[in-house]
Ligand binder design. Structure first.
Ligand SMILES: Cc1cc2nc3c(=O)[nH]c(=O)nc-3n(C[C@H](O)[C@H](O)[C@H](O)COP(=O)(O)OP(=O)(O)OC[C@H]3O[C@@H](n4cnc5c(N)ncnc54)[C@H](O)[C@@H]3O)c2cc1C
Length: 457
């Protein structure tokens, strides 16, 4: 059967079917640190919608699993393709098909990189707001398929708030156009929302109608505040939102992550135990809001510095932006992504400190404090077998349960993929897990779209 699939793909798609060992190897992994057990059958480099349809028709006819890939920057293992599977890359579909400044929308293909799209939009005074820290390397289609978030979400929303519609190719090759171009639209069920965050299990996103904003005028103001410990910093961030203030960015770094970044950037070492909040305000009221936020932080135990200079502001924010490279220097990391209600942030940091003690692991943590989304990083020595050690999973298990106890969720923005599928039923409950699984079967009766991801077999 394998030969049959490859032959059929080659007959229809010619040299877009890639069996070069390097390409197959690359398709086995994303940035989660997970790798599939072996090489996929082929990587199909789709160049247009017809290529995607042809691939899926062949996959359906031969019951061959298909793993859709954008840029492969995912952190949940969702794009990892393994033996017997077709890796379908839409990375080459990068066209901007339409930009309507008056309607504040753009229609794009899925493979365009977030930052590349925004560079084009900026020339017209426009902006697609979702800003994952990976925006320079991840695709708009991948952002939609994972329901990505980022630094600006508390004020400007996540991907879910910035998509009007998607065109998807179903498992059998049919093309569906979901959603609408109007601001309002409640015709039928909201299938666009269902596709956002579906991690390649419902269909292949081949076009997206994006909701744009006008670029925010003026320069942002940046406030950096250090606190004696992370709990005080977390409580101060909750005080900012409780005061009715709306920063564009509010990022928290605990002591271990702050020290690691200072070491990476060769900055003077921070006071031991100190945590940091970096906050940016923007828009016409940026100055006034920054002053008000600085006052709240000072009243809540922070040592505050404030700048109206955008270059200095970027320098302060660079500390937060350097978190991922700093973690890479510490060892192998399991990058986690839990979210809790904003008021539960300080308590979640207490839980992380407890888990560090109980399990004897180090967990440097940053948080998008404005929306209660934490990224605890479990650091460990690279294992010979490439697998995350059982001891780390036990600590992660403890972390997930703590987040759920606090009314939170297993994943704020990275998705379930492979990494969190074994905890999914715990959050959803058995009935909802089954219902969701049945919904995927309506879109994909044979179960060939990203099998084994999100829903454990
Ligand atoms: C340094 C770094 C920083 C990061 N920061 C953030 C952050 O701040 N916020 C955040 O949310 N994430 C972040 N991420 C994670 C990652 O970048 C996002 O999940 C991103 O949205 C993935 O996009 P991608 O194009 O790389 O998708 P891929 O990794 O290729 O795929 C991700 C998932 O989407 C599916 N998929 C991809 N394209 C399509 C499509 N066209 N149709 C259907 N399914 C598809 C895949 O099957 C897979 O399940 C970060 C990653 C790194 C490495």
């Amino acid at each position: 059967m394998t030969v049959g699939v490859l032959e059929r793909l080659r007959n229809e798609l010619g040299d877009r079917v890639d069996t070069d060992p390097a390409a197959l190897e690359e398709a086995r992994a994303d940035k989660s640190g997970q790798r599939s057990p072996g090489a996929p059958l082929a990587v199909v480099h789709a160049s247009d919608v017809a290529d995607v349809q042809a691939t899926l028709r062949i996959a359906s006819a031969t019951a061959t699993p298909v793993v859709t890939r954008g840029a492969g920057t995912g952190l949940a293992g969702g794009a990892n393709a393994g033996p017997g599977e077709i890796a379908l890359s839409v990375r080459g579909m990068t066209r901007i098909l339409d930009v309507r400044p008056d309607d504040l929308l753009a229609v794009v293909e899925p493979g365009i990189v977030n930052a590349d799209l925004n560079a084009v939009l900026a020339e017209r005074g426009l902006w697609w707001a979702p800003d994952p820290a990976s925006r320079a390397i991840s695709t708009v289609g991948g952002n939609i398929a994972t329901g990505a978030g980022g630094l600006l979400c508390a004020k400007y929303g996540v991907v879910r708030d910035a998509v009007l519609g998607v065109d998807i190719v179903l498992a059998d090759g049919r093309l569906l156009s979901l959603g609408h171009r109007s601001v309002k639209g409640v015709t039928g069920l909201d299938l666009t929302s269902l596709v956002i965050g579906s991690e390649g299990t419902l269909g292949v996103i081949v076009r997206a109608t994006l909701k744009l904003r006008r670029l925010v005028p003026g320069a942002p103001c940046t406030v950096a505040a250090t606190f004696p410990d992370v709990r005080t910093a977390a409580a101060a961030s909750s005080a900012v939102t409780a005061a009715g203030l709306q920063p564009a960015i509010m990022e928290l770094m605990d002591a271990t992550s702050l020290e690691a970044v200072h070491r990476l950037l060769a900055l003077p070492m921070p006071t031991p135990g100190a945590a940091q909040l970096t906050i940016q305000t923007d828009g016409p009221a940026a100055d006034v809001e920054a002053d008000a936020i600085a006052a709240v932080l000072a009243a809540n135990g922070g040592t505050v510095s404030l700048t109206h200079d955008p270059v200095e502001g970027e320098r302060l924010l660079a500390v937060r932006r350097s978190f991922h490279p700093a973690m890479e220097r510490l060892g192998t990391t399991l990058i986690e992504d839990v979210a809790v209600p904003r008021s539960g942030l300080a308590e979640m940091f207490d839980e992380i400190a407890r888990i560090e003690r109980d399990h004897g692991v180090e967990i440097p943590t940053v948080a998008h404090a404005g929306d209660g989304n934490l990224h605890p990083n479990f650091v460990f020595d690279a294992p010979a077998d490439g697998e995350v050690p059982a001891k780390i999973w036990e600590a992660a298990d403890d972390l997930f349960r703590a987040a759920l106890r606090l009314g939170g969720t297993l994943t704020g923005e990275h998705g379930v993929g492979l990494l969190k599928r074994r905890w999914l039923a715990e959050e959803l409950g058995d009935d909802q897990w089954r219902l969701q699984r049945e919904i995927t079967r309506v879109f994909d009766p044979q179960g060939i779209l990203n099998p084994g991801k999100v829903f454990a077999p």
